[in-house]
Write a protein that binds this ligand. Sequence first.
Ligand code: AMP
Length: 395
Amino acid sequence: MKTIQNVNFKNTKALIRVDFNVPLNSQFEVTDDTRIVSAKPTILKVLEDGGSCILMSHLGRPTAQEPEFSLRHIVSTLETVLGVQVLFANDCVGDEAQAAADDLQPGQVLLLENLRYHDEETKGNHGFAEKLSKLGGFYINDAFGTAHRAHASTTIIAQFFPENKCFGSLLAQEIDSIDKVMQTGEKPVLAILGGAKVSSKITIIDNILDKVDHLIIGGGMTFTFVKALGGHVGDSICEDDKMELALEILEKAKSKNVQIHVPVDVLAADDFSNEANTQIVDVRAIPENWQGLDCGPKSKAIFNEVVQQCKTILWNGPLGVFEMETFSSGTIALGDSIAEATKNGAFSLVGGGDSVAAVKQFGFENKVSYVSTGGGAMLESLEGKILPGIAAISE
Ligand code: AMP
């Protein structure tokens, strides 16, 4: 894998695709600078080598050049994070951008205006990618969050830098973490898949059965499996049309020697509400009009035992409706278990949407080995897809 560590950027204008798609408040101030901070190591490496940086990103989903989506809003936060002055170009292509790039001196940073002010970006337009490519002498992709999109700045542009292209340090770390689970991870390997629906995780489950020794299935997905096996799930979320598929998954797991663990007990509620009445019941005997919204104490203990046995752990999706405090304890207990296993030497990767939110909310961020920054890109990697943004650098 060619990364920034293998390159000396002295006197080089590095054109870096970053992911500065950050949340802004009504005053257009950055409310979470995680993505900007994540890009810092790559930018500083180029500057410290004696090169300059031309940063390109999208922000939101503008349909025209709407001012609320201007990347100008993030300049001061970027300056604070990097500790250097940041120049800004009012467009990402055209005369102004080209002149600003041409004038750039070693040690300087130029941020280009929102790529998605041009619809050629998301269309993967060849001519637009070529114009962008003229701005720099070396292309770095450090935007994992958009690596699953064949957009002009994430994929198409790479062909104009046949030799001079590489992964930024964030993207390299993401690739490495996923490889550690899917290819090179120390056994036993465990995947924990939670969340709402079987249908959204089915391709992942299918692909992952070839890679893991244990699979914990939790969250709302549980009930499709339980009902398929003849249990009574009451009003719990259940995809009847996926029951056949659930049985096929169980068969396939058996044939591949993968041990599947599903909750044995649940915290059931008489309403989808934090104030609902609750009771712990057997997962196969949920009363009519009650729904399972978190896993129960026996399940927590079983899952903990599995987690402590494993050396490589992937976690995607909460084990209950963690957004409501009443149903958050299964997800918190799992986070505790993974934190303990990590402390004892396991490699743990958390990724994909809601599990990242849960990990942040409950303070596990620094207690796991790696938290992925890219929701969709992470899920597509787990599905076994080759991401176009990664392929374009590797080619
Ligand atoms: P996903 O985006 O597929 O990872 O799903 C995450 C969502 O699943 C979260 O919003 C959880 O509240 C929800 N979820 C987890 N467990 C359950 C459950 N037992 N019943 C309904 N929704 C659940």
